[in-house]
Design a binder for this molecule. Structure first.
Ligand SMILES: CC(C)(COP(=O)(O)OP(=O)(O)OC[C@H]1O[C@@H](n2cnc3c(N)ncnc32)[C@H](O)[C@@H]1OP(=O)(O)O)[C@@H](O)C(=O)NCCC(=O)NCCS
Length: 198
């Protein structure tokens, strides 16, 4: 089962969306957040495509299984979307305002650089084989190389894996879903990782 991390191309977006849907399908919050059909596959691909094309910070990677490829089967088993803000590449929206009496240049230099994991999904048929970890290894190695703090919002499922890669919880977003029939709140764990400096 030789797995490899490769850059994803535009042609990999439909499979990314399919993996995203399969990965989130069993989540208890899915029927509350997305009770209907939601975006069509084509519209979601178009949304991702625009992001990939228009944002120079966007780094899309995929994990492929060479054995599946050799058998002529679908070989892409996971993907991750990282945004790497470094050097001249800064977050575009929303433009942060620092307010009167501040030093915007110093604030941008200090707070503006970051490595942000936006999406990480593994096809449920291929979970617990290391693909998620390889995607994290890729992004955190980039963060270490560039000396960037990394940020993500973790699901319950992803949290142990992120902790293994050095992310620490710094806060939570908890939304009460009871008025939509949810039996437990939806929680996102806000996590930061300091870069390992050589
Ligand atoms: C979270 C998620 C991305 C993890 O992906 P994954 O490819 O299964 O990740 P890995 O295989 O690298 O690691 C998962 C677990 O399997 C273990 N594992 C890795 N390789 C393994 C192997 N060969 N044999 C057995 N277990 C293994 C890891 O140690 C890890 O254990 P832990 O959960 O106790 O930390 C995946 O479960 C997913 O897509 N979930 C739904 C969507 C989601 O919540 N995404 C995260 C949003 S923040």
């Amino acid at each position: 089962m030789p797995l490899a991390v490769l850059p994803a191309t535009e042609a990999d977006l439909p499979r990314s969306v399919a993996i995203e849907r399969r990965a989130y399908g069993p989540n208890k919050t899915t029927p509350i957040f997305f009770p209907g059909e939601g975006l069509s596959l084509e519209d979601r691909v178009a949304q991702m495509s625009a992001r990939k094309r228009d944002d120079s910070a966007c780094r899309w990677i995929k994990v492929v299984d060479a054995d599946l490829e050799a058998k002529g089967e679908e070989s892409m088993i996971a993907f991750a979307l990282w945004f790497i803000y470094s050097g001249d590449v800064k977050p575009s929206l929303p433009r942060r305002s620092w307010g009167a009496g501040t030093n915007p240049e110093a604030c941008d230099a200090f707070f503006g650089e970051m490595d942000h994991l936006k999406l990480l999904h593994t096809d449920p048929d291929h979970q617990r084989r290391g693909a998620g970890g390889m995607s994290l290894q890729w992004g955190t190695a980039e963060a270490d190389r560039l000396g960037l703090v990394s940020y993500l919002e973790a699901s319950e499922e992803g949290r142990p894996l992120y902790e293994r890669y050095g992310f620490k919880e710094v806060g939570r977003i908890v939304v009460d879903l009871s008025r939509w029939g949810g039996t437990e709140p939806a929680t996102a764990y806000l996590m930061l990782r300091e870069p390992l400096l050589n």
